[in-house]
Design a protein around this ligand. Sequence first.
Ligand code: PLP
Length: 400
Amino acid sequence: MNVSVKSKRIFLSSPHMGGTEMQHVQNAFSENYIAPLGTNVDRFEGKLRDYLSVSGALTTASGTAGLHLGLRLLGVSSNDLVLCQSFTFVATVNPILYQWAHPVFIDSESDTWNMDPDQLERAIKACLAGTLHEYSGLDFFKNRPPQLPKAIVPVHLYGMPANMDRILDIADRYGIPVLEDAAEALGSGIRGRMCGTFGEMGVFSFNGNKIITTSAGGALVSADPSHIENGLFLSSQARDPEIHYQHSMLGYNYRFSNVLAGIGVGQMEVLDEFIEKRRQNFDRYRDGLEGLPGIRFPMEPEGFFSNRWLTTLTFNRERYPTLRIPDLVAYFSEHNIECRPLWKPIHMQPLYHQYPFFGDGFSEHLFDSGICLPSGSNLSTDDVDLVICLLRQYLSACMG
Ligand SMILES: *Cc1c(COP(=O)(O)O)cnc(C)c1O
């Protein structure tokens, strides 16, 4: 195979149109519904409800807006505690600060790379014992009375479902609601139940690099109609039902555009095909790198189904003593290929490192030893094979 620099860049996960999107966008123009409501929004929400088998779906301006609404709907406010997965994109956590609440970070488990149920329970016990100051240098954790956390936010990262059986069991035992960040996990599930529908609410993102995209957008789903109704109210500036403009509560402009919803209607038609393609990418990488020592792919536990939004893998540091993730990313970049380190855990971020963290270092280890490979549903098998070939070459030079 020719491994010289490619002229066409291979992206990590680029938008992939199915073909009918423009037609639905055109409908919005024909009806002159260039607004944050209309038939495309209704149809897109309907398709999401059907696909997820959930009774309520509310589209939002972004996944981040959906997560913010979710916290508001759970009553999270100033000085509340929110238990949150640390190994994630910052958008999972920022809405906690938007509400002036305090995140308490939970490490990941090795099976799913998502919220570790044992660390979750440790953290709850510390909140209830009033001992969070032992885990944080921040003043406001000193002399805090015992406090029941207001919400649990697990993430289904890279499309892999979190260990929801155990997380829900713990959440139920302590009576804490769960808000799922399913931004990367549309179509993933456990034993036939879809990610985003396990907790009190779930949130999806349709940002440009997600499994389906509307360029920007998100959705909040829930089986509880009051969440959808109140969410719609809050996302429309919390306007009271008066003829004049009257407001008794603080609201937001978080509604979704009817033009962009047209893209979403078209994308829903090809979602299952895209998932199949992403899963094929994963299988091809795994088969193509088979036999290489010291590499590991996250595998689906029994009954779990991942949409394989991104194919990820980790390297055994002892096998590859000179391997540095930033160098590997740069190497691929020189070959016009976009790769990415795994998410840097939020408890390691300058903005958040002072908040309490419950863990044993697993997410830090992931950050230090893993990478995301190009995973789009529009990749060719040649693209995947080129990445495999280059990675094999690179690793042979790093072997100990
Ligand atoms: C993309 C993403 C979000 C945020 O979604 P936006 O639509 O970009 O606001 C939140 N959480 C995770 C894990 C994500 O990957």
